[in-house]
Design a protein around this ligand. Structure first.
Ligand code: ADP
Length: 499
């Protein structure tokens, strides 16, 4: 009597596991018993097989023999003397399973191709026959006890159960032949043949249930195999992703380092070039004060113009590199906002005047008087926007305007929007986002016509970001553009309180 749930190999064959699956899944939440390690799996399987054949099956067989003994004792006629033969039988029922258990424990795995467990499953039937001889004197029905061997083998599958069905039928027929040779009066041949045929048929029926068990086990095995494959693939992908993450991290560091070096180089170079450029500009100015022929004056002015634009470019590059390197520090102080805006407009008028472009300002009375910010940077960004408005507006009819709108004003804080408008060439809508990128210009021919580097708006945007505000642009080609910058300022009350 053997358990009908044998531990058969139910997991993925070792060779099907990928090499990457040799390691245990490093997931703290994973089932501690789960492993993809081939060696560990093989060891576990061998251990559980040994336990099954040397502990579980022998223990259940021994219990079966104890049950058999009890049946024999119960079938003894009341008051009958417990004879020599009966004692021998009981000794056989108790000693045989014990000896076979010991043999299995000592010899399991050492008998080469012979499966000792299977040998004992056959010998059990031989050991049952003398018990059957005693039991069937009271009832022939006890012959069906042999079917226990078929039933307990269904867990191993249909073929094995069918095989034992044949074995027990042959054993019963053999036993019947032996009994009739000894002239046993218990049953006639036709009775025994009927029992043998019934044993065989019931055995077939039991074997069919083995097929169902086999199917279920097959399904479980396939599910486990699929799960293992999925886990192995997942692990492989995780490793690939980890490797990619490491590569990306390297690339990011390299890019950061390259950008830092570039910014440093730009800062150093711009600084180094600025000094001699100021020398050149100063010298040209002095030269222009001397007595020069008309032609010489024209050439000196051209040199002055070129030196100025080169210096402008240097200033822009220096600013950009400072911003990119995160080294731009604002120097906030209290200042008169209205005065600063008027100054910006006045400065722009000087350049606009050359092309007869009108520059106006619209500053409301509600504008906070004193605000706390970096006046140099605010002047720089507004000058940049106004300078563009003038640059891209038509001579004589062009108009540039600076307007301030107070969006919110509470004691100590004010939110102001600065709008720079023009009626210039405008910007196509698909280019509006791009113009804030470094060196971006809507039309490369514009560089020749209007001059410029494509750095002005990049610096403006960065400055607005550093100041915690935001900038937007709206434009229609041929009609004009408007740039809006929103900034929040601490005003007098708050500053006095917080300083
Ligand atoms: P640039 O030195 O070329 O003026 P900016 O970064 O200031 O560099 O501007 C980038 C580009 O955006 C300009 O080349 C121009 O094509 C476009 N742009 C900027 N402001 C205006 C404007 N007010 N009107 C039309 N186009 C403008």
């Amino acid at each position: 009597m053997i358990p009908a749930s044998p531990t058969q190999p139910s997991s993925l064959p070792l060779e099907q596991l990928s090499p990457s699956s040799r390691t245990r899944i490093p997931d703290a939440h994973a089932d501690a018993a789960f492993t993809l390690d081939e060696r560990e799996l093989a060891e576990r399987r061998a251990r559980s097989k040994r336990r099954l054949h040397t502990v579980q099956i022998p223990a259940i067989r021994a219990i079966g023999f104890v049950v058999l003994c009890t049946m024999v004792l119960l079938q003894e006629p009341a008051g009958a003397r417990f004879g020599h033969e009966a004692r021998l039988l009981l000794a056989l029922d108790l000693i045989y399973p014990l000896l076979s258990w010991i043999a299995l424990r000592l010899c399991f795995g050492r008998t080469g191709p012979i499966d000792l467990g299977l040998v004992f499953l056959h010998l059990d039937i031989l050991a049952w026959l003398p018990n059957l001889g005693r039991l069937e004197t009271s009832n022939l029905f006890f012959g069906y006890l042999l079917l226990v061997r078929v039933a307990d083998q269904t867990g191993f599958g249909m073929r094995r159960a069918l095989y034992f069905d044949n074995v027990v039928t042959v054993a019963y027929l053999g036993w019947s032949a032996l009994a009739s040779a000894h002239g046993s009066p218990v049953a006639t041949w036709s009775q025994r043949l009927t029992i043998a045929a019934t044993i065989y048929l019931i055995g077939i029926y039991l074997s069919l249930t083995g097929a169902v068990t086999e199917q279920l086990r097959g399904r479980t095995r396939r599910a486990v195999r699929t799960a293992r494959q999925l886990v192995a693939e997942l692990q492989h992908e995780t490793k690939q992703l980890e490797a990619q993450a490491v590569e990306l991290e390297h690339a990011r560091r390299a890019a950061e380092e390259a950008s830092r070096i570039k910014s440093q180089f730009l800062a150093v170079m711009s600084h180094e070039i600025r000094t001699p450029m100021n020398g050149i500009l100063g010298t040209i100015e002095l030269l222009l004060l001397t007595h020069l022929s008309q032609n010489q004056q024209q050439l000196a002015k051209l040199a002055q113009q070129s030196a100025r634009s080169l210096l402008g470019l240097m200033e822009d590059l220096l600013d950009l590199s400072r911003i990119e390197a995160g080294r731009l520090r604002l120097q906030p102080v209290m200042f008169d906002l209205r005065a600063l805006l008027e100054e910006v407009v006045e400065l722009t008028r000087v350049t606009a005047g050359q092309n007869q472009i009108t520059v106006s300002a619209h500053l409301p009375a509600t504008l906070p008087r004193s605000v706390h910010a970096d006046p140099m940077r605010l002047r720089q960004l507004l000058l940049n926007l106004l300078h563009n408005a003038v640059k891209f507006s038509p001579p004589r009819t062009g108009r540039a305007m600076l307007e301030a709108v107070v969006l919110d004003s509470r004691p100590g804080r004010a939110r102001v929007r600065f709008e720079v408008r023009d009626n210039g060439i405008g910007i196509p809508s698909d280019q509006l986002e791009r113009i804030f990128e470094a060196f971006a210009q809507v039309d490369s021919s514009a560089t020749r016509r209007y001059g410029g580097t494509g750095l002005g708006l990049t610096i403006v945007k960065e400055l607005v970001d550093v100041m915690g505000g935001h900038i937007t642009a709206e434009s229609s080609p041929g009609v004009g553009s408007v740039f809006r910058v929103e900034l929040e300022f601490a005003t007098e009350g708050d500053i006095n309180g917080s300083l």
